[in-house]
Design a protein around this ligand. Structure first.
Ligand code: SF4
Ligand code: SF4
Length: 56
């Protein structure tokens, strides 16, 4: 289980510095979460303006 960033992502970058385990990085057209690193803390979802990060 991990959070996943959906297509709603507008690539604003707000979530990246909030992740305590540096699981978030910029992808081609949206940000992506490394499921091997994500600890499901929800910090990214809390700062996202469009609710793109969702628990899988
Ligand atoms: Fe990082 Fe937490 Fe978001 Fe997982 S849920 S990507 S650990 S901020
Ligand atoms: Fe995408 Fe939301 Fe992260 Fe911004 S905060 S880069 S919209 S997932």
């Amino acid at each position: 289980m991990a959070y996943k960033i959906t297509d709603a992502c507008i690539a604003c970058g707000s979530c990246e510095p909030e992740c305590p385990v540096e699981a978030i990085s910029a992808g081609d057209d949206k940000y992506v979460i490394d499921p091997e690193k994500c600890i499901e803390c929800g910090a990214c979802a809390n700062v996202c303006p469009v609710d793109a990060p969702q628990p899988e």
